[in-house]
Design a protein around this ligand. Structure first.
Ligand SMILES: C[S@@+](CC[C@H](N)C(=O)[O-])C[C@H]1O[C@@H](n2cnc3c(N)ncnc32)[C@H](O)[C@@H]1O
Length: 322
């Protein structure tokens, strides 16, 4: 990372008020859970119930190994190319990612505010969210924060290049049965498409309150770099003022992108497009929360699951449109 950008990040932290410093702690270590989301055991139960036959299948571990190989080779399109692979991913990787994202969303005040005491519809778009980690986390936070006296609605749109529709359907059915008893309060729309095509009329960027790009930005850059920059520029010109954008990716060199002979952290490139050149900050978005390295650790005393629940370390940025 360039020294100018690093200096800028440091000065942002120095400028914070004392009570914000407390908030800053959570950006390095997320709590296992918070009072703004359902219990981790409830989230795990969703997966155990919705994917019981997958978890009991004698072929599951073989499919997990296949996906692991694809992910190791960074062949993401193949990793999610058939239903067996997708179901294996959901059984093996999605549960702990949902726990982590539920903690992250529910620790970020602007996201909490979106659902708390809100009588309106909160429009959220999850880019690359077909595996449902962030969808489950969002619904978990929404169902905890929404109370019977407010009439808020969560409209969750999920766009993904792989066909995760049956998986989203199973999860939607579960959350409507066990978490959100009034089905009118949750609108779910899975869009099977390439976000980089940008000609999808089902997505109304101007209406969005929150966009998530969780562990997807690296893939977009790896697939089509110029189109990914265009997509970010599209967010600059089409999102409304006040809308939020949350980006998270692996911390460290895994998220480096090579341009010519130089390597850049993906967040450096994204910030250049969204926030502006280091030191100038003349872009369309401002960073309101960030961490270069944030841990989410599983508390094994509180959750039990048939497959390994992993700790996560990642960087994140929460941007707000100016
Ligand atoms: C590593 S997975 C991350 C899944 C999920 N967001 C999470 O954090 O658990 C990346 C996802 O991005 C999707 N994806 C990759 N390229 C895409 C594109 N061009 N348009 C939409 N989705 C894409 C993949 O199909 C996959 O579901």
């Amino acid at each position: 990372m360039s020294s100018r950008r690093s200096q800028k990040y440091q000065s942002r932290h120095v400028d914070r008020e004392p009570e914000e410093e407390v908030q800053q702690d959570i950006t390095n270590q997320l709590p296992f859970t918070t009072t703004n989301t359902l219990e981790p055991s409830q989230i795990i139960k969703l997966y155990e119930h919705s994917f019981r036959s997958v978890l009991e299948s004698p072929d599951l571990l073989d499919h997990v190994q296949t996906v692991k190989g694809d992910l190791f080779n960074r062949d993401y399109i193949t990793a999610f190319s058939d239903e067996d692979r997708r179901l294996a991913y959901v059984a093996r990787w999605t549960p702990y990612r949902s726990l982590c994202y539920a903690s992250l969303f529910s620790s970020l005040e602007p996201i909490v505010e979106l659902f708390k005491n809100n009588d309106n519809t909160s429009n959220v778009l999850c880019v690359g969210g077909g595996a449902a980690s962030e969808y489950v986390a969002l619904v978990s936070v929404f169902s905890r924060l929404r109370n019977s006296s407010n009439s808020g609605i969560l409209s969750a749109q999920i766009i993904d290049i792989a066909d995760w529709s049956s998986i989203i359907n199973s999860i939607e059915k579960y959350v409507k049965s066990y978490w959100i008893h009034n089905p009118d309060k949750l609108l779910t729309d899975f869009v099977h498409d390439d976000i980089l095509k940008l000609n999808n009329s089902r997505i109304n960027f101007e209406s969005l309150d929150l966009i998530t790009l969780l562990f997807t930005t690296n893939e977009l850059f790896a697939e089509k770099r110029p189109e990914t920059i265009k997509f970010l520029q599209h967010l600059n010109s089409n999102c409304k003022s006040g809308s939020l954008l949350l980006i998270a990716e692996s911390a460290g060199s895994f998220s480096n992108i090579t341009i010519g002979t130089k390597k850049f952290p993906v967040q450096f490139l994204v910030d250049m497009v969204l926030v502006g050149k280091p030191g100038e900050d003349n872009g369309a978005w401002e960073i309101i929360e960030e961490s270069e390295s944030c841990w989410y650790r599983i508390n094994p005393k509180e959750v039990d699951y048939a497959l390994k629940l992993e700790n996560m370390r990642f960087f994140f940025r929460l941007y707000r449109k100016k």
